[in-house]
Design a binder for this molecule. Structure first.
Ligand code: MRU
Length: 370
């Protein structure tokens, strides 16, 4: 997608003697547009854990690239297979909820097992990481193409008035490689001349909506308005939301979906107000091994300081400000699970299906046994 009119993607891999992974530093957006270079597997781990990069597809891609860096840093002090497996576990432990992370690492593991020498394994790891990047870019575009008719249908009923779309967190191109998941149909609709407007949940505590989604939509010229997290229900009661589209960090075979904390409340409000609630996700966000989201998805708990302190810019300076009593307890659950019964449809790179086992299986035969 474009930043100041120039096309960017969120991650790139440079091979050669000194391999480098370059990512956009999402911690400083929208105030500064900066890149960060990752040279070691530890750099890749920290980038994921500290949320330099975030969003399910992008942390998967970064972990895959991290596997490549780990092989480049192999010193021979322990047997190579032990080392590779240790590095894989290390990277997967960076964040627990998005299944894209273990999916991408497992894919790289499988590919490098085909090499015999270290040089072969390094090349296979690099190709595998690049493949994940290419695949996620392509999948997001397909999600956009399948989601577009849904927006077009609504537009057809609105006589030229804007289609109001509510989204939560950032499931945009910053969370992926390009296009985004939830945003892909929005970008395609906007590019086709459909009048769309996006309500952007601010998404406390890290404000991915206010800081990232609004910025990237604005860069593309898509009209949008930031709202406080608790506003969506009110807007839906007053016919000011036509559709909700969110992303996903882990979906189960029954169609339950883990996404950024607060997604569940939006789904409840959407159900109560007959507003269609769609989840956009690539197949890399399905956990094919689990069925029940509430009991089987591990929900990340982050540092409570993220709740108690807010970060931003004041007088051109980056500041972190305490917004509670210093003694207050805080709990920082980063994701919640939206049960399948609240979801109108899953928009995937293979098409749209119901959030239900048989329907998912029709799109992805071979992934789910009945
Ligand atoms: O904690 P984050 O910012 O990594 O959480 C991201 C989200 O919850 C996104 O909505 C989700 O990953 C979908 S990204 C396409």
């Amino acid at each position: 997608m474009n930043v100041n009119g120039k096309h960017y993607e969120t991650i790139s891999i440079t091979g050669g003697k000194k391999p480098v992974i370059q990512v956009i530093d999402q911690r400083v957006l929208p105030f500064r547009f900066e890149f960060k270079k990752l040279y070691t597997v530890e750099d890749a781990f920290s980038a994921i854990a500290d949320m330099v990069v975030r969003g399910a597809p992008l942390i998967g891609a970064t972990a895959a690239a991290g596997m490549y860096l780990s092989l480049c840093g192999y010193t021979g002090r322990s047997p190579i297979t032990d080392y590779i497996n240790r590095m894989a576990r290390y990277l997967v432990s960076a964040r627990p909820t998005a299944v894209n992370l273990p999916y991408a690492v497992d894919f790289v593991l499988e590919e490098i097992s085909k090499g015999h020498t270290l040089a072969e394994k390094i090349n296979l790891a690099k190709d595998a990481a690049r493949h994940i990047i290419d695949l996620e870019r392509e999948n997001c575009l397909r999600i956009g193409e399948y989601g577009l008719p849904v927006i077009e249908r609504i537009a057809g009923e609105k006589n030229g008035k804007p289609v109001n779309i509510l989204t939560h967190c950032n499931a945009g191109w910053l969370a992926c490689i390009d296009y985004g998941t939830a945003t892909a149909p929005i970008y395609l609709a906007h590019d086709k001349g459909i009048n769309v407007h996006v309500w952007v949940d601010e998404t406390r505590p890290r404000n991915q909506g206010a800081r990232l989604t609004a910025w990237e939509l604005q860069q593309h010229g898509v009209p949008c308005t930031i709202i406080a997290d608790n506003t969506g229900g009110h807007l839906m009661q007053h016919d000011m939301v036509d559709i909700v589209i969110v992303g996903c960090d882990r979906a189960t075979t029954n169609g339950d979906v883990a996404n950024k904390i607060g997604t569940y409340l939006k789904a409840l409000a959407a159900k109560d107000n007959d507003v269609p609630f769609y989840v956009a996700l690539p197949s890399s966000s399905f956990d094919w091994k689990i069925a029940d989201g509430l009991t089987e998805i591990s929900i990340e708990e982050r540092d409570p300081e993220e709740i108690k302190y807010i970060q931003g810019v004041y007088n051109d300076k980056w500041i972190s400000m305490l917004i509670t009593d210093i003694e207050s307890n805080a709990a920082n659950y980063a994701f919640d699970v939206t049960p399948a019964r609240l979801i109108t449809g899953l928009i995937t790179e293979k098409g749209i299906c119901q959030a239900e086992r048989y329907s998912i299986r029709n799109l992805f035969p071979g992934k789910i046994s009945l």
